[in-house]
Design a protein around this ligand. Structure first.
Ligand SMILES: [Zn+2]
Length: 409
């Protein structure tokens, strides 16, 4: 090789090496910034189905559990310092038995928080969440997932509020007596008059109106009636994955225009179209499949979640369901942010109630979300909003509306 060529080649090589090193340093910089940002932020997950596990003798919230997605050690590892424990029972249980079962779960959350009071504090307000964070504790909140649990009796809503319930999803997979679900045949044309009264009473009690699971007409009715911003505690974007459980762009825009927040759900069939299509083909749709498993399990919740996970693993192993990367979560966050801005997007994993994508196996993986958003050029302020501040703002607004309405009485 000619001597000049060698010199040029060496120069090119060292320039390339320098560029590579600079990139590596920048990459490390981002990791470090992400770590600091994540572990100094309030990371609030608005939907976790961990509550049902409290009834299993094999589960201990204070220990790392082999199954499931959430426990105190992994919340610490993943910097998840505020959590909405979901109060959920099958949507076909109605009346007093539904109220009784909901109270059992509210009690189980409260008792677990008491048992682990070194690590956790029950939070009723955004202020309580902030105080728990200052004390280095995980804030525990409660959301009732399905209006059927008030047993068609508005007084029960007031009792739930008194016990610390801070949001209520108007329906679950099935219509309840006063609201249509997104995964059932419409029966009420959205919200009935009583349903609208439920929303008004939720406003008075400072319970955030959650529109995940509800039919589109129910959503628009709730948006019109509610004096406080709405929350979609665990829904993703229909523009990226056409699932009835997700929100259309028009819905996301309408909710954001009134101050609400969409909390992105990590469930594979809600975030990835190819997976959803394959899942529907194999099982006949999520609602039908859950219905069949529920019947086979005789309503035993631990059995239901075990059987759902087993089938999903089996179908994936057989190649009938495609793999889904955790980065799809980031795509949904990014889509919603581009649509309505970073003030209206947050995190509602559905941990312990859904099938997680590869790389987001449990709550210890949450710091990856912060790092991915930094790498996509999000500001630290915007990332803090997405991690938890937006939900706290919605809670504060619900608290203010509640004070105003109660003062009018
Ligand atoms: Zn749900």
């Amino acid at each position: 090789m000619h001597r000049t060529s060698v010199v040029v080649l060496r120069t090119v090589c060292s320039l390339a090496a320098a560029a590579f090193l600079a990139r590596a340093v920048r990459a490390d910089d981002i990791s470090e910034r992400a770590h600091k940002l994540h572990f100094s932020s309030i990371v609030l997950d608005t939907h976790d189905d961990t509550t049902q596990r409290f009834f299993s003798k094999d589960y201990d919230l204070g220990k790392q559990n082999p199954g499931g997605h959430v426990d105190i050690p992994r919340m610490r590892e993943g910097g998840m310092n505020a959590i909405f424990f979901s109060i959920w029972i099958d949507g076909r249980i109605l009346g007093p038995p539904a109220v009784q079962k909901a109270l059992d779960q509210i009690d189980a959350v409260r008792e677990n928080v008491k048992k682990y009071s070194q690590d956790m504090a029950l939070a009723r307000t955004a202020g309580d969440v902030r105080r728990a964070h200052v004390q280095g504790k995980i804030a525990a909140l409660m959301g009732v997932e399905g209006g059927h649990m008030i047993g068609n009796d508005i007084r029960v809503l007031r009792i739930f509020a008194e016990l610390g319930v801070r949001y209520m999803t108007l329906t679950h997979f099935y219509n309840d007596e006063w609201a249509d679900s997104s995964t059932d045949k419409p029966a009420h044309n959205g919200l009935t008059d009583f349903g609208k009264e439920v929303v008004r009473e939720m406003n008075r009690q400072g319970i955030v109106v959650d529109i995940s699971h509800v039919g589109d007409k129910t959503f628009y009715d709730a948006l019109e009636v509610s004096k406080a911003p709405l929350l979609a505690s665990h829904s993703s974007c229909r523009a990226l994955c056409n699932h009835a459980r997700d929100m259309s762009d028009d819905m996301i825009k309408a909710m954001a225009a009134k101050g609400g927040v969409i909390q992105i759900n990590y469930e594979k069939s809600f975030i990835d179209q190819a997976y959803k299509d394959a899942y529907d083909k194999e099982t006949g749709g999520v609602a039908e499949h859950i219905g069949a498993v529920t019947r086979n399990c005789n309503n035993d919740e631990a059995c239901i979640s075990r059987e759902m996970a087993k089938l999903q693993q089996q179908l994936t192993a057989e190649g009938k369901l495609p793999h889904v990367s955790w980065e799809r979560i980031i795509d949904h966050i990014d889509h919603a942010v581009k649509l309505v801005g970073a003030d209206h997007v947050g995190l509602g994993s559905d941990f312990d109630g859904a099938d997680m994508p590869d790389g987001m196996e449990d709550c210890s993986k949450l710091p990856k979300i912060t790092e991915a958003l930094l790498r996509r050029g999000y500001s630290e302020g915007d990332i803090r909003k997405i991690l938890g501040e937006n939900t706290l703002r919605v809670m504060e607004q619900a608290e203010r509306v509640s004070r105003e309405l109660q003062a009018q009485k």
